[in-house]
Design a protein around this ligand. Structure first.
Ligand code: NAP
Length: 276
């Protein structure tokens, strides 16, 4: 059994990326837009801006008040869409409840959608013509690749079908020739399906949801979940201590998939710059 060191992998990828960025004629530019003062979002934005600085990506932070109107948000996104210094636009979600997220996101041109959340980018991924894919699933693919996990013909089970994690994850695995089963809250015989998985990826958002009796001996288990356990400690979806010895490879929480997400955002910003 091997426990993946997501932090070490993220550090390695960032070092490689920094070198690639240094070779570009013009540094990539990433605009990060945050509306309101959700504390978790503010931390995410700060970390993204910090990562940009470390990698040589120009960053532009825009903070709009929680009272911003739909028109104010969309006018800013339109401006950024036309700004040649901006290669990537990230609209930090969630937006305050009075705003229409779908309509705001539609103002980000798919060429600058470094989150890979737009309908066009999800469509291109489904057609196996992806430009960029969502950061967290892309980070999982990087982990699998770097650990030499063969995917072709393997049974991959994805728990969760969100547009930002589960669905793009399943598409990336399908595009890599895995046989993919997607499970969700209405799935029957979940335990049986998981038990058949060569690769099990959990993105449910429930602590200790994946238990040892759901794991096939020697399976690869990737835990995307970020939860708090009964003691308030950060944990994933997988009952790590009881599951780990049945696996051939497992990601911990924290320190597994998490560190890869911002790294893949940086990578997607670099890709958007190359493809402009
Ligand atoms: P989400 O939008 O809430 O989706 C959760 C998915 O889990 C849904 O598809 C839901 O099914 C399914 N689900 C819920 N209960 C279930 C059950 N009992 N059996 C089977 N499926 C069930 O969450 P998300 O945004 O995809 O995120 C999932 C987790 O990943 C969260 O813990 C989140 O914090 C974490 N996350 C981590 C990162 C990272 O950087 N590591 C990034 C993004 C998200 P239905 O569709 O039927 O409701």
């Amino acid at each position: 059994m091997k426990i993946v060191d997501g932090k070490a992998l993220a550090t390695k990828i960032r070092a490689e990326l920094k070198e690639k960025i240094a070779q570009l004629d013009k540094a990539p530019g990433l605009a990060v837009v945050i509306v309101g003062n959700d504390p978790a979002s503010q931390i995410y934005v700060r970390n993204k801006i910090k990562a940009c600085g470390e990698l040589g990506i120009r960053s532009y932070a825009y903070e709009l008040p929680a009272t911003a109107t739909q028109a104010e948000v969309e006018n800013l996104l339109d401006e950024l869409a036309h700004n040649n210094d901006v290669n990537g636009i990230l609209l930090q979600l969630p937006l305050p409840a009075h705003l229409n997220t779908e309509s705001a996101m539609a103002r980000v041109p798919f060429e600058k959608d470094v989150d890979g959340f737009s309908a066009q980018n999800l469509g291109l991924l489904t057609l196996h013509k992806e430009r960029v894919a969502a950061c967290t699933p892309s980070g999982v693919m990087k982990i699998l690749e770097s650990e030499g996990v063969a995917l072709s013909g393997k049974h991959a089970v994805v728990l969760g079908r969100s547009d930002t994690v589960g669905k793009p994850m399943a598409m990336l695995l399908l595009n890599a020739n895995a046989t993919v089963t997607i499970c969700h809250s209405r799935t029957k015989n979940l335990q049986e399906i998981c038990k058949n998985a060569d690769i099990l990826i959990s993105a449910v958002g429930k602590a200790k949801f994946v238990t040892a009796d759901m794991i096939k001996q020697g399976a690869v288990v990737i835990d995307v979940g970020i939860n708090r356990d009964a003691n308030g400690k950060l944990c994933g979806d997988v009952d790590f201590e009881n599951v780990k010895d049945k696996t051939s490879l497992i990601t911990p929480v924290p320190g597994g998939v998490g560190p890869m997400t911002i790294t893949m955002l940086m990578y997607n910003t670099y890709l958007a710059t190359l493809k402009e």
